[in-house]
Design a protein around this ligand. Structure first.
Ligand code: NDP
Ligand code: OXD
Length: 308
């Protein structure tokens, strides 16, 4: 039995090395160089080519190499019998919290504007925004959102959160699915940490931007398809929102000609908010593989109906 590593635009060699370091007896192949497709029972995938899994008749489980699973849920060619799992790892979680905290503080302290001023030898004082006058609202209070909310509270920020079901988080006022408007009305800095599903696609749109408390800043860090890009541009131009920090995009890498690049009100990072560390995830992936082989319930199984 073999493990298959499949990715586009990502070198899977470090993942293979980490898996072998954790268990030298594993048999691992990196797509597309697979000697015997019938031996593959477990695949680890990141941005896989659609339909690729059709080639492996004995596949029983696929794990996303990251937290998001939209790339797997949206592949109809994966048989219903194949279990989909994802990675929930301490560093992946804390890195996301660090990213969001950095983005929030950058916005409140105008750091990105000072970087641009320095390039022009320009001395222009911009006072820090009053953090007590701002509320950060986290959309999605799962593994990443909950930790992020908790960490933001620890540095003295006002934090709210929105999730499908009720959540109790110390110091965070939480809202449920049907309370989106109340959540938005109390939020200036909205952070999207939702999974991409048929219910959350395009959720960051003009109607949502209009409902935010002003001045508003948008941090989009879940998936690119949460954001309606034209609506963001319109909302920035019309001063409906002040500015945005974007880590994820509908098309990645963001095309060179994309209108976002030249916008001073947008801070862009190349989908690096939080990236799985091979050594950390190797242990988790092997544990789930061995559970599968022994017929024990695997961890972090995705609910295909819920899409996350
Ligand atoms: P989880 O599955 O742990 O949490 C998802 C949260 O979203 C839950 O609180 C869930 O609510 C809520 N949610 C889902 N659908 C809805 C809905 N329709 N309405 C309201 N709330 C909803 O995910 P993670 O926290 O682990 O990850 C979130 C996403 O972050 C990933 O799917 C991925 O896309 C993205 N990500 C981005 C990275 C980057 O580098 N930019 C890195 C890692 C992840 P409930 O709990 O009530 O079900
Ligand atoms: C993930 C990601 O889902 O890196 O883990 O986006």
């Amino acid at each position: 039995m073999s493990i298959l590593l499949v990715a586009q635009r990502r070198d899977m060699t470090p993942v293979k090395e980490a898996l072998l370091k954790a268990d030298p007896n594993l048999d691992i192949e990196i797509w597309p160089n697979v000697s015997d497709p019938k031996r593959i029972t477990f695949a680890i995938a990141w941005n896989h080519p659609k339909d690729v899994f059709k080639q492996y008749p004995n596949l029983r489980m696929i794990s996303s190499l990251g937290a998001g699973v939209d790339h797997l849920i949206n592949d109809d060619s994966i048989p219903e019998s194949v279990t989909i799992t994802r990675v929930v790892a301490p560093t992946l979680t804390s890195d996301m919290s660090d990213y969001v905290m950095t983005a929030v503080l950058n916005y409140l302290r105008s750091t990105h504007i000072f970087y641009r001023q320095q390039e022009r030898n320009e001395w222009n004082m911009i006072l820090a925004k009053d953090k007590k006058a701002h509320t950060i609202g986290i959309m999605g209070l799962g593994e990443l959102g909950r930790r992020t909310a908790t960490d933001l509270v620890k540095i003295g920020l006002n934090v709210t959160g929105w999730a499908r079901t009720k959540k109790e988080i110390d110091g965070v006022k939480t809202f449920t699915g049907d309370q989106l408007d109340q959540f938005l009305a109390a939020t200036n800095i909205v952070v999207c940490l939702l999974p991409l599903t048929s219910k959350t696609e395009d959720i960051l749109n003009l109607e949502l931007f209009k409902k935010l408390k002003k001045p508003a800043h948008v941090i989009s860090v879940g998936r690119g398809k949460h954001l309606v890009e034209e609506d963001l541009i319109y909302a920035l131009d019309a001063d409906i929102i002040d500015s945005a920090t974007l880590d994820v995009f509908r098309e990645e890498p963001l095309p060179e000609s994309h209108p976002f690049w030249n916008r001073k009100k947008i801070v862009i990072t190349p989908h690096i908010a939080s990236v799985s560390d091979p050594d950390e995830v190797a242990e988790l992936l092997i544990d789930n593989y061995k559970r599968m082989l022994s017929g024990i319930q695997q961890r972090h199984i995705v609910d295909k109906n819920r899409e996350y």
